[in-house]
Write a protein that binds this ligand. Sequence first.
Ligand code: 5FU
Length: 276
Amino acid sequence: SSPRTQTYAQRAAKNPNAAARALLEVIERKKSNLCVSVDVTKRDEFLNIIDTVGPYVCLIKTHVDIIEDFDLSVIEYLKELSAKHDFLIFEDRKFADIGNTVALQYSGGVHKIASWSHITNAHPVPGPSIITGLASVGKPLGRGLLLLAEMSTKGSLATGAYTEEAVRMARAHRDFVFGFIAQRRMDGVGATDTDDVADEDFLILTPGVGLDSRGDAMGQQYRTPKEVVTESGCDVIIVGRGIYGKGGSVDVQAVQAQAERYRKEGWAAYLERIGQ
Ligand code: 5FU
């Protein structure tokens, strides 16, 4: 059977990437395929939202470069919350430069992403050297990489042959690249007769998910968990503002209620997909 109809636990058992295995296992353990994207600019609010949604998520997605009052103690708290609530961390860094530069950006600077983020991502635009550059830092640490094969935004250029090439790049680096940011399943995409894709199982993490809105004023487009998980076969729903609104002060009960609502919808969509 294809990954589309297998359980997360079945897929965990045969995934070659440690970060992917850990993610699939936590999804199964918590019955949550929800990733919350915490896009706020103040450290207290950032940590407060994470502590609030923690019980409902498999993964927390960050953009640490938008936090105004950042220092490495934010990361210490984030790691504590990751242990307390049992979730993985995904810094949505979207690397896009030459191998040497991305290796420096990934390991160093103010944020030292590789030291704490289980998962990160990259645009395939520079070609395969971006993967080898990031792998030189991330592989020894047991990290995993996602390529951006598609985007959720209106007018995205990541379509057609570009998307297919992204999948080919991933296929050639299965030890480090375990999946995609995309809007649909990618197993077998762009494969030729000589590629062995029978056991291929790329995880698909999908932003642009919302239950109450179809988009924002800046090109974002939202689909529902059912459209994303049941119909398009994606594995993890990534939700930001649908959970905490505009940000500002955190209404703990309201944020909890939204997180549980999206967790439930995402899980029901998965059960429907695998026929349970
Ligand atoms: F790669 C992508 C993409 O194609 N669309 C996205 O929206 C990434 N994102 C991220 O997901 C974006 O940077 C935000 O951090 C998040 C979506 O937030 P929202 O509040 O749910 O729209």
